[in-house]
Design a protein around this ligand. Structure first.
Ligand code: SAH
Length: 408
C-alpha cells in the first residue's frame, strides 16, 4: 500500500453516481483537482460540483479525457465501460480505481480512520470486500477515539504546542473524544486535582505528568509557574496538554494560559469541557434552567467578590438560578448577603458535593437553614451550590407523586 498525496494533482472521475459522490468528497478533501466525465450526474454529485466549483464534462467518456491525470476513478455502473477505462489507464501508465463489482483496478481506496495527523487505511489484498474493510476501519476508529492506540509522535517536531483540554466533572467518559485523542498524543500532561484524573493512569508510562492540582488551603502552584511550565515544555518541541477540570474558560484561568502561550509564540488551542456549573447540578437531577421556573442563570465564584449588585439581585430572585463554585467556605457570608438583599429564607438551596463520582452527595435545604445544614452534614469541597426554585426537591417529579410525600 502506498500513501499518495493528491493535493493539486488532477484526478479524473468517470461516472457521477452515488459511488463517485462518496469518493469525490474524499478527493476534494485531499485537495485534488477534479474533472468529472459523465453524461448525467446524480443529485449528490451535482451538489458537490456546485459547492466546490468542479469541472464537469457532461457527455460520454472519451480517451482524451484522461489527459494530464495522475489518478483515474471509474464508476459508471457499466462494467464494460469501467473495464475499458481501466485498460486505457494501464496502457498510459495511469493508476486507476475501478469501482465495478469484483473488479481490481491498479489502485484501490482504503477505508480510512483518522486521528489528528495519523491516518489508518484498510484494504483487502485479494478479493475486494468493502464492508469488511469498513468494519475493521470502524473498530480501529473506535480505538483511536478512546485514545487506546499509541499515536504519540516518536519523532520530535521543531515546535511544540499546547492544548488546553476541558476534562469535565470527573468521569473519564465525560471527557470529549477530542480531548482524549490529544491526551494520547501528548508528551507532557499538566493536570489539576479536579477533572478526569483516572485517565492519567491510561497514558504511556513515559509521558511526563506534572501535577499542579490546587487543594483548598494547601500548597498551590502559582499561575505564573504553570504558565512557565507549559510554555517551556512546548518550546522544547513537546506536545503539551493542560488538562483542567470542567471547562478551561470557566473559573479555570485558561484565558491566562492561552495569553501566555500566544505571548511566547506557541501554537495553542482550547478544547471545551463539560463545566461543573451545569453538569454537577444535573448529576443531582437539577436543571439549571427549567421552563416556567428559571430562565436566567447566574454564576458566582465563591472565592471572589460576592458583593456585586448583580449577584445580590440574582440571589434574591427565585426565578434566577444562581450557581456558586468554590463556595463552601464562603457560604455563611454569601447567605447573609443574600438575606440582607431581600432573598426569602424559604428559597431552595442544594449543595452537591463530588458530582458525577461514586461519593456524590446532595444536601437540600433553604437559604435560611443551609448554613446550619451544611455544617451538620460536614459539607466539603469540591461542591456546587445551587440557589433558586430549580433546587427544590421533587421539581421534576410528576404532579401525582408531588402530591404525596412518599417520594420527596
Ligand atoms: N473550570 C471548572 C471550575 C473550576 S473551579 C468547571 O468548569 O467546572 C473549581 C470548582 O468547581 C470547585 O470548587 C467546585 O465548586 C466545582 N467543581 C468542579 N468539579 C466538581 C465536581 N465533580 N463536583 C462538585 N463540584 C465541582
Amino acid at each position: 500500500m502506498l500513501g499518495v498525496s493528491l493535493a493539486g494533482r488532477t484526478v479524473v472521475m468517470v461516472g457521477a453516481g452515488a459511488v463517485t459522490a462518496r469518493r469525490l468528497r474524499r478527493f476534494v478533501g485531499d485537495g485534488a483537482r477534479i474533472r468529472i466525465v459523465a453524461p448525467e450526474a446524480g443529485t449528490e454529485v451535482r451538489a458537490l460540483i456546485a459547492e466546490h466549483d468542479l469541472v464537469w464534462i457532461p457527455r460520454r467518456f472519451r480517451a482524451g479525457d484522461l489527459a494530464g491525470a495522475w489518478l483515474v476513478h471509474t464508476a459508471t455502473g457499466d462494467a464494460r465501460t469501467d473495464a475499458r477505462v481501466a485498460a486505457l489507464c494501464e496502457r498510459r501508465r495511469m493508476l486507476c480505481v475501478n469501482a465495478s463489482d469484483g473488479a481490481h483496478g491498479s489502485a484501490r481506496l482504503s477505508a480510512e480512520a483518522r486521528s489528528g495527523d495519523v491516518v489508518v487505511g484498510v484494504v483487502s489484498d485479494a478479493a475486494v470486500d468493502p464492508s469488511r474493510a469498513a468494519r475493521v476501519r470502524d473498530a480501529v476508529a473506535a480505538l483511536l477515539d478512546e485514545g487506546r492506540l499509541p499515536i504519540r509522535r516518536r519523532r520530535r517536531t521543531a515546535l511544540g504546542r499546547v492544548d488546553l483540554v476541558g476534562g469535565g466533572p470527573g468521569p473519564v467518559d465525560l471527557l470529549t473524544v477530542r480531548g482524549r485523542r490529544l491526551l494520547a498524543e501528548a508528551d507532557v500532561v499538566v493536570a489539576d486535582r479536579l477533572g478526569p484524573v483516572d485517565v492519567l493512569r491510561e497514558l504511556d508510562p513515559d509521558v511526563e505528568i506534572v501535577d499542579v492540582g490546587k487543594r483548598p488551603g494547601a500548597h498551590t502552584v502559582p499561575q505564573e509557574e504553570i504558565n512557565r511550565i507549559i510554555v517551556e515544555r512546548a518550546q522544547a518541541g513537546k506536545r503539551v496538554v493542560r488538562l483542567k477540570g470542567g471547562d478551561p474558560f470557566v473559573f479555570g484561568r485558561g484565558g491566562e494560559e492561552v495569553a501566555a502561550c500566544l505571548a511566547a509564540g506557541i501554537p495553542v488551542e482550547v478544547v471545551p469541557g463539560l463545566t461543573s456549573v451545569v453538569s454537577v447540578p444535573q448529576s443531582a437531577g437539577i436543571p439549571v434552567t427549567h421552563r416556567g421556573t428559571a430562565a436566567t442563570l447566574h454564576v458566582i465564584n465563591g472565592q471572589g467578590e460576592i458583593a456585586s449588585a448583580s449577584s445580590r439581585a440574582a440571589l434574591a430572585d427565585p426565578a434566577v438560578t444562581t450557581v456558586i463554585l468554590m463556595g463552601v467556605a464562603a457560604l455563611p457570608r454569601l447567605v447573609a448577603e443574600a438575606l440582607a438583599a431581600g432573598a426569602a429564607p424559604e428559597q431552595p438551596v442544594a449543595v452537591i458535593e463530588r458530582g458525577h463520582t461514586p461519593a456524590q452527595r446532595t444536601t437540600r435545604s433553604t437559604l435560611g437553614a443551609v448554613v446550619e445544614d451544611a455544617r451538620r452534614a460536614a459539607v466539603t469541597n469540591p461542591a456546587v451550590i445551587v440557589v433558586g426554585d430549580v433546587a427544590r426537591a421533587g421539581l421534576l417529579l410528576p404532579d401525582r407523586q408531588l402530591a404525596g410525600d412518599a417520594l420527596r
